[in-house]
Design a protein around this ligand. Sequence first.
Ligand code: UGB
Length: 629
Amino acid sequence: THAKSFLSPAAYDLACKLQADNQGHLFSHWVEGSDDDKKTAMMDQLLKLHESYPLPDGLLSYTANARSLLAISKEGKNPLAGWVPSVPQGEVLEVGTPSYDAMEKSGLPLLASTGFVLVAGGLGERLGYGGIKVGLPTETCTETCYLQYYIETILAIQAKYGEKGRNLELAIMVSDDTHDKTVELLEDNAYFGMNKANLTLMKQEKVAAIASNEGAIAQDSSDLWSIDSKPHGHGDVHSLMHSKGVAQKWTDAGFTHVVFFQDTNGLGFHTLAASLGVSKTLGLVMNSLAIPRKAKQAVGAVCKLENKDTSEVRTINVEYNQLDPLLRDTVSKDGDVNDEKTGFSPYPGNINQLIFSLKEYNDNLKLTSGVMAEFVNPKYADSEKTVFKKPTRLECMMQDYPMVLKGDDAKKVGFTSVAADMCFSPVKNATSDGVAKQQSGTHPAVAFSGESDQYNAVAKIMRSIGCNLEDGEVKEFLGIKMPAGPKVVISPFVCPQPADYKAAFPSPGDVTISGKSVLIIEGKGSVVIKSLKLDGTLVIEADEAKGELVVDGLDVVNEGWTEKESKGDAPEWTKMRGYTMEKKETCTFGHNGLKGDFKEVEKEAEKKVEEPVKEAAKEPVKTDEIAKT
Ligand code: UGB
């Protein structure tokens, strides 16, 4: 009671409620007449934890949920008891096939009305990187960071497929761990060209750590005036989409879909139109982009679950640690094993790239405030499960959204499965952990694999339309082995989606690239590569203001670029890879012709310049006007 005189009414009220909630230990060191400023600061922190928790009774709802989930965990109850899994509805697509092209074609018009949500609140502890993950370079040829790559792809989609009068929107979920550095990265780079009005930052708050099965809120181990708090998980994104008014704003603006994507997956956007096509064709309210999953791989499995007692059906991600016991209890005595015929688990692997139909999503947010079901995963110090090794916390996941679906909507959940080499290569593990994963037969998900897969996905799309790209050799750095084929980086403005490659490479049989080559197409202009032979490094520079750039009859041979083992002092992002890009010789081709290093150019390049639409077309520049400098 002594604190009533200096605490705000809200803080005093909360302190009383916490006392009544058996949280008296938080105040046991409070002595009347001293440390009033520390008491105020402590209550400010508790008030923040109270107000940011999305349920009406704030911290009190949180501790109540903690007690009941901890009781279930202590009993060792299987949260999925009674549910029987089967493979849900969905489409399995392979790039370059007629069915892929058909889905992509049907999804392309929806790109104009799709809002983008990046979940980037994770600190990347497993990665062991000091900066924010979206600031990491995606590859070492151009050093484009993830955030730039994402924003430019969105802008490129807008430029090619957008509607006049409505810009595409990006919402980024950040946390205390990532907020300041994300803002700094955006501001230092003029938002990578995005209009600030189309970008919303939503900060997720932490939740109180819990020290016991009785729901005791944990104090910081070194400071009794501070509450131990931890991240609540990416499931917070739905309550933020509601509380920040983003879902409503996008609905009002006529958007039809929302895509949620992860912080370090440089492949996720290739399949965007195709998966929107699947959403449209199957009438899905929620569509999970998925990959063929290897048994025991650390990605969740998308399952159709049917409740034996209630006949309730829901299609939802089952986390990989829960899948094996669920399968053993129900349909497969061997648990999480591969289907012998395919070599993969029958259940598609969730990669947390989720597409929602916005109308139903927003309606559901209004009903539920976007609150996801929580779970708890304490590490016990004793076999009776009464003591925790360290404080735990409740968590929630964005892919658990189907749990809030009712009626017909619950039946309209499905997946789009595409080979992982086209859609999923996150950078989330430290190299040493990646080595162990690779040795055990799963993807390493490290910086080198993310980079390598990014080049290889573009190469795969080019091959699928008929370009000749030779294989490269397998390279090894820091114990990670990856196929290092030709490194192709194409500006999203040139080819925002796989559907755009045919226009960029109209006679693909005349495009040949050796396994050691690097091809970079940068800039915002349109590029048409009619014929090209490349054995080395070529950088094509497209300038929007100068019209279409045509590459025809270009034959470039030079020493090129190659990975070189990095030694000694190097930036952290280089040390994670174990190599730098040694740029021995580079040839560039742009509106002013060919420059730099090249040997034996058999046939000079031809360049055609067309002025932007409104201006009169100019005569193409003749081959002999192109200067070699
Ligand atoms: N993230 C946040 O924005 N806030 C948070 O509080 C936590 C994370 P992780 P996770 O696709 O490989 C998921 O940590 O949760 C962001 C699925 O559960 O990389 O361990 C974070 O910044 C699993 O089924 O993933 O595992 C990042 O962008 C499997 O599919 C994103 O959330 C796995 O992802 C994912 O965070 C996977």
